[in-house]
Design a protein around this ligand. Structure first.
Ligand SMILES: [Zn+2]
Ligand SMILES: [Zn+2]
Length: 352
């Protein structure tokens, strides 16, 4: 065990502050990273403030699951990493590795509920009550859950790919977004802006839905073929029954029916935002009269996350970020609540 610096929440209402936390020593299969950059995800804020009843926060809480760092140690059984390599850690650091979902590379859906999340998962190491995330100087992770990062990519702007990126990449792939398909992305935040970039890169006719007219120009710059202001019923009606897929990234409770009505027969809307309060139930007729489905998707498996990072290196796709010093994270949370970020805050960990 060793001690490392971190930035933590100690209760739901106090600002996050500097502290120190224990980490396990790197075992034979472990990689130890010096964390360079960590993205700031809306889940960090929900967890720091204990806002998800289904997943109560264990304090102290060190958020952060969009981690890019440099390998400083690799255990003797580690085969894919050596000291000096750029590497990344996303939302998971462990799973059972033996159930059918894990064997298919879908560790995030581990059938034994064995997914160990990067922070606020009851501590598997017995050195801390919960896992501690990336608002920290060092992290030690089993090699299976560590990703390779191409030196071609800007490491700070790569960090948000580890949660925001894979959360939209995975459903776009699973539901076949590509040429000849009309794909909607609801919301232009951290997830949404990556959704627009990926849907566009895959060749789909990409439509951004936003509530704010101020985002029209940016939506187009990021790759949207069309931008629809979803508060405008006339604009919405023009797109009735025309979408193959809608990926809804909004993390606040809202009426889903207007979007379901835009799906073609057999179309699907996939929810990827995690709101504090549930959405009102959609009307059943909206679904059954056109065999539409409403689904959900959570991050992506390790193999698919690596595939995404490699794809991004090839196509030079990264997140649009605002790099900030660690102590500014409390202010960043307040700005995120107002939607005042383009489009992800990333912590520069050398300022810790
Ligand atoms: Zn996240
Ligand atoms: Zn499993």
């Amino acid at each position: 065990m060793f001690t490392t610096r971190a930035f933590a929440a100690t209760d739901p209402t106090s600002p996050l502050a500097a502290t120190s936390i224990p980490r396990r020593d790197a075992g034979p299969d472990d990689v130890e990273l010096e964390i360079l950059f960590c993205g700031v995800c809306h889940s960090d804020l929900h967890t720091a403030r204990n806002e998800w009843a289904a997943w109560p926060t264990i304090y102290p809480c060190v958020p952060g699951h969009e981690i890019v760092g440099r390998v400083v140690k690799a255990g003797p059984k580690v085969t894919n990493f050596k000291p000096g390599d750029l590497a990344a850690v996303g939302c998971m650091v462990g799973s059972c590795r033996t159930c059918p979902s894990c064997k298919e590379g879908l560790e995030q859906y581990c059938d034994t509920n064995g997914t160990v999340f990067t922070y606020n998962s009851p501590g598997p190491d017995a050195i801390a009550p919960a896992t501690y995330g990336g608002y920290s100087d060092r992290i030690v992770v089993n090699e299976h859950f560590v990703l390779r990062v191409s030196p071609k990519l800007d490491p700070a702007a790569t960090a948000p790919l580890l949660c925001a990126g894979i959360t939209v990449y995975s459903p776009l792939k699973h539901w076949g977004a590509g040429r000849g398909k009309k794909v909607g992305i609801v919301g232009l935040g951290g997830l949404g802006h990556m959704g627009v970039k990926f849907a566009h890169a895959f060749g789909a006719h990409t439509v951004l839905f936003t509530t704010s007219t101020s985002k029209i120009e940016d939506g187009r710059r990021l790759g949207a073929d069309e931008v629809v202001v979803s508060r405008n019923a006339d604009e919405m009606t023009k797109h009735a029954r025309s979408f193959d897929l809608i990926v809804n990234t909004v993390a606040a409770s809202h009426n889903l029916d207007p979007f379901i009505g835009l799906l073609k027969r057999d179309g699907a809307m996939v929810l990827v935002g995690a709101p504090e309060h549930p959405h009102p139930s959609p009307t059943v007729f909206g679904l059954l009269l056109a065999r539409r489905s409403l689904s959900g998707s959570g991050i992506g498996g390790i193999a698919e996350t690596q595939e995404m990072l490699d794809y991004c290196a090839e196509r030079n796709i990264v997140s649009d970020i605002e790099l900030i010093p660690v102590p500014k994270v409390n202010e960043a949370y307040e700005r995120m609540l107002k939607g005042d970020v383009k489009y992800r805050f990333v912590l520069d960990m050398k300022t810790l």
